[in-house]
Design a protein around this ligand. Structure first.
Ligand SMILES: C=C(C)C(=O)SCCNC(=O)CCNC(=O)[C@H](O)C(C)(C)COP(=O)(O)OP(=O)(O)OC[C@H]1O[C@@H](n2cnc3c(N)ncnc32)[C@H](O)[C@@H]1OP(=O)(O)O
Length: 266
């Protein structure tokens, strides 16, 4: 059934979606606009990620752009003439947050520019890998505005106040090595190897029990929403809930019996 859907996705205007084993690879496809994230692209991204999330064939997702740009932000040309009442009325950019409701782990593979909303979208993902040419920035101040997709909130959590202030108040970009030293990305790899490296790790993640991977993703992300005491309680509840799964039983039995576990996602 999903293969049919993938066929339908291939007719999408702004993204390409391909199946790589148990991983769905989503590639932004607006090369002439530096993959600026127009409304249509975000609609397609939300639709496809929700379908992938519901499809048991898939265990993880990789999102990427091209070698020049992951995404150069929200589409400035779409926003240019909007008024305050209009943006408030349509709750502009609010639907971008849907990505954070996806239960399956999402890796962002960033080559080139990840700016403004492009960077914010990468920060909504669970793991970021950077190509050697990656450039991250929140240049909204240079446009007379501020980040609107959680950038201020996620950046301070990722890198601390001084660096978050420096990046957002100057609008300057940082390179891949700096992003690595800030802890914003987990790994820097040669540009041509980036997507393969992300797919390899995504395939490994997809090989585990899906409900267990979803619990890990959820509990780590929840840490950004709540304090430590509440967070530890939240984690413990999630941990206990793995004892209601076959996969927890199988994983521990396999260890004791010195064999490979066989996951059933139950
Ligand atoms: C959530 C919010 C509020 C936001 O994201 S606001 C947007 C934040 N992002 C930005 O400010 C980055 C804007 N882009 C840039 O600064 C430059 O395009 C880059 C990425 C540095 C690349 O520079 P260059 O290599 O010189 O390419 P450049 O010619 O500027 O871009 C190529 C095309 O993409 C278009 N483009 C690039 N970024 C765009 C964007 N965010 N929105 C719309 N179009 C964009 C650009 O207008 C140009 O189109 P055209 O050929 O019709 O003139």
């Amino acid at each position: 059934m999903f293969r049919k859907s993938l066929f339908r996705f291939s007719t999408y205007n702004f993204i390409n979606v391909t199946q790589k084993g148990k991983v769905a690879l989503i590639q932004f496809n607006r090369p002439k606009a530096m993959n600026a994230l127009c409304d249509g692209l975000i609609k397609e991204l939300n639709q496809v990620t929700q379908e992938i999330d519901a499809n048991p064939e898939y265990g993880s997702i990789v999102i990427t752009g091209n070698e020049k740009a992951f995404a150069a932000g929200a589409d400035i040309k779409e926003m240019q003439d909007k008024s305050f009442p209009q943006v408030q009325n349509i709750q502009m950019l609010a639907s971008w947050e849907n990505l954070t409701n996806i239960k399956k782990p999402i890796l962002a593979a960033v080559n080139g520019y990840a700016l403004g909303g492009g960077f914010e979208l990468a920060m909504m993902c669970d793991i970021i890998y950077a190509g050697e040419n990656a450039k991250f920035g929140l240049p909204e101040i240079t446009l007379g505005t501020i980040p609107g997709c959680g950038g201020t909130q996620r950046l301070i959590r990722a890198v601390g106040k001084s660096k978050a202030m420096e990046m957002t108040l100057t609008g300057e970009f940082i390179d891949a090595q700096t992003a690595l030293s800030y802890g914003l990305v987990s790994k820097v790899v040669p540009v041509q190897n980036l997507v393969d490296e992300a797919l390899k790790v995504a395939e490994k993640i997809a090989s585990f029990s899906k409900p267990v991977a979803a619990l890990i993703k959820d509990t780590i992300n929840e840490a950004e929403n709540i304090g430590l005491r509440e967070g530890v309680k939240y984690e413990r509840k999630a941990f206990y809930s793995t004892f209601a799964t076959q996969d927890r039983k199988e994983g521990m039995s396999a260890f004791v019996e010195k064999r490979k576990p066989s996951w059933t996602d139950n």
